[in-house]
Design a protein around this ligand. Sequence first.
Ligand SMILES: CC(C)(COP(=O)(O)OP(=O)(O)OC[C@H]1O[C@@H](n2cnc3c(N)ncnc32)[C@H](O)[C@@H]1OP(=O)(O)O)[C@@H](O)C(=O)NCCC(=O)NCCS
Length: 182
Amino acid sequence: MSGKRSGNRREYIIREAREGDLPELVDFLAKLALHVSGAPPHELKQSEYKRLLRTLHTALDDPNKRLVVAEHHTAGLVGMGYVYIWRSQGIWEQSESVEYKSGIIDDIWVEPEFRRMGIFKALLRELVTFAEAHHASELILEYSASNKEAKEAWTRLGFKPTGVRAAAFTSSVSQALAGNQR
Ligand SMILES: CC(C)(COP(=O)(O)OP(=O)(O)OC[C@H]1O[C@@H](n2cnc3c(N)ncnc32)[C@H](O)[C@@H]1OP(=O)(O)O)[C@@H](O)C(=O)NCCC(=O)NCCS
């Protein structure tokens, strides 16, 4: 557990998530999805709410997953972060049988009123400590190209784009291919 002190008071702590936190964490995930899509506020379907609750629940007692929260001393939960360890084997006959481990970072959210206070970095410290303890030699994540604050925060920590995820409407690809027919 870690935290930030102001005077004699601890403003927030970073700790492992508990079962009782999960409903609030699902709300954070819903806000994150709206933030990424740029859509106006929506209510989650009950089925989706339950699915997310189940997914987060699997992180609580899986030794390869770490779900952490930032808890403010008066406001309660104000942020979350998640990492899991992904294992892969070398694919070439000539190479020794080596297992590579990566830390996949996902679901980072800090409540808007609590941003620019270092909470993201405090969450990240916990996730990176976990990845290091599992000998994960690299950290991988995705953020959308339009997410300016995510780009800023990740770039400052040394993350660089390593690929491009592209999307197009099926109908427009179909039209483009029809136009290219010889
Ligand atoms: C991205 C996000 C997690 C950052 O959280 P935060 O607690 O405000 O970040 P911190 O205060 O720890 O700042 C981390 C660094 O990023 C910089 N930063 C954060 N937000 C920024 C912004 N909007 N513009 C420019 N720089 C920014 C900070 O200055 C700081 O840099 P420094 O280390 O050089 O001082 C937060 O804005 C957020 O929850 N956004 C919506 C959800 C999201 O995009 N999640 C990430 C998806 S991958």
